[in-house]
Design a protein around this ligand. Sequence first.
Ligand code: ATP
Ligand code: MG
Length: 593
Amino acid sequence: MTESDSQSSGMAVYNRLLGYMRRDMPVLLAGFAGFLVYAACDSAFAWWMKELVDSIQDGLTDRRIELSALIVGIFIVRGIGGILGGYCTEYVSRRVINRLRREMFDHILRLPSTFYEKYSSASVLAKLIYNIENVAAASANALRIIVRGGFTVIGLLGFMFYINWKLSGLFLIISPAMALIILVVTRRFRSLSQRIQQVMGNVSERAGDVLKSYEVVKIFDGYEHEETVFETVIKKDRRLRLKLALLNETSSMLIQLIFSLALSALILVAMQPAILKTMSAGEFVAFVTAAGFIARPILQLTQVNAIIQQGIAAADSIFSVLDLPVERDQGSLALDDCRGEIRFERVRFRYGSADSRQGRQWIIDGVDFLIPAGSNCALVGRSGSGKTTLARLVARFYEPAEGKVSVDGIALPDLGIASLRENIALVNQNVSLFNASIAENIAYGAMRNASRDRVIEAAEHAQVMEFAANLPEGLDTQIGEAGITLSGGQRQRIAIARAFLKNAPILILDEATSALDTHSERLIQLALQDLMQNRTSLIIAHRLSTVENADQIVVLDQGWIVESGTHRELLALGGLYTGMYEQSIDDGSIADR
Ligand SMILES: Nc1ncnc2c1ncn2[C@@H]1O[C@H](COP(=O)(O)OP(=O)(O)OP(=O)(O)O)[C@@H](O)[C@H]1O
Ligand SMILES: [Mg+2]
């Protein structure tokens, strides 16, 4: 990328960011007005100096009351202007942050599954928290400095020109030198800020990973390894930040140096007798005061660039997420009165984003079958054969590369995603629970207003009551992050209760009872059989005892359907299913029936 490219894209990003402020224009303008007052007071102070010195020289002692009142007045007004400006810009920037956070959060929830595969949750969190906070700095601090500093500089310069325009012109000769420094420093700043952000993402990623797997770290003695990896990441962060600080300090030192040179040149010229004659002592003092006063805002203005660059780097990474396309949802048909017939037609599928898919192997390789409405289909097969993947295709978490999946004769892309998912109850292989009470986990999402009786009924069917009754607050017990305070089987039962409560026409259970003892499992099966009447169900199971009664058993292997039929038919065939079945009799998981 050439410099002008990155400059213009930086401008584009900043403009887009300013777009988020547009709605708060009135507040922003009020803030600017405050800063205008603030800046005017700085010039007023220089003017006050002139009046003071001139009054002393001319012996106007009766002005003492007026002048001493004026100085307090100037600073009171200045303070009010500063508060108004500071508060208003902060107000706007907080609103921008909230807008960005909300938009990003909503957007992330609607991104396709490939996004969640590619980015760790921690790195997304870092964007949501750290990067957006940086954007606040850009939008509020930068505006504050630019507007307040800008007004102040203009005011003071105006004052200086008013007093002696020739000397002021001389003073301005330094501006090209400052511009040059700023230009050089800018580019370096942006690249450093970008790298810092990346490293921050890594820091939270590392820490997040370890926190989730703390038991593994402890038992496999991963301390040293984790500490070394973490250490490298935070060291890198420190190095980059120190570089940034050094750059900041050096450039401000250079600018101050240039400034003092200009001021000393000014004094040399101004104190020449010929020039000194043309000014009163008050004018001279006021001029030098203004020139001294102008240094601070100019210095801040040169540093604002750093803040803006950080903000642009942060906003850029946020916008890159906001610009990712959401799940494709162009279907306009709805499943009214869903019967639940599911059909796979020559479906082929492989994972990966569009560009990385080439050369990957097919995970589903030409699957063709029908689950009639209201029937019960079991999907079995070895680990990694593609069972979960098939279930994901039905819920349209992914789309097939070839062939089609349809429900009630409608191809999934023609259906609105919301309408499709409304009609599916799903229990994942890896149960996901939220940091809330058991009841809230069962009545989640669109079901949150379900009556207490219905929640209890679902909890009873799914054998949740069996353990919830012993908890201090029953169904209202908080279960901690991801249900950490519950056993694996208890978590599964809550997920099943959630599916019971949803009571949708299509039920998908992916190893939903794998963690349960045979007794609880059988009780749930009984309840399930009730639920599954007149409902289409797709049951994925390793434990074959749970699928014997299915209307249809489909055996999947390496993305192919190798056999299908009822339990009896498959046994008669003597193929893969028979092998798996005999194995489970041998290891005792079926013998007890
Ligand atoms: N998100 C993913 N990205 C890439 N490959 C994946 C992804 N999820 C699964 N796979 C691969 O797809 C294949 C099928 O996985 P799938 O989860 O469908 O198997 P499964 O039959 O459900 O296995 P199990 O019985 O162990 O749950 C596996 O080889 C797996 O490595
Ligand atoms: Mg699976």
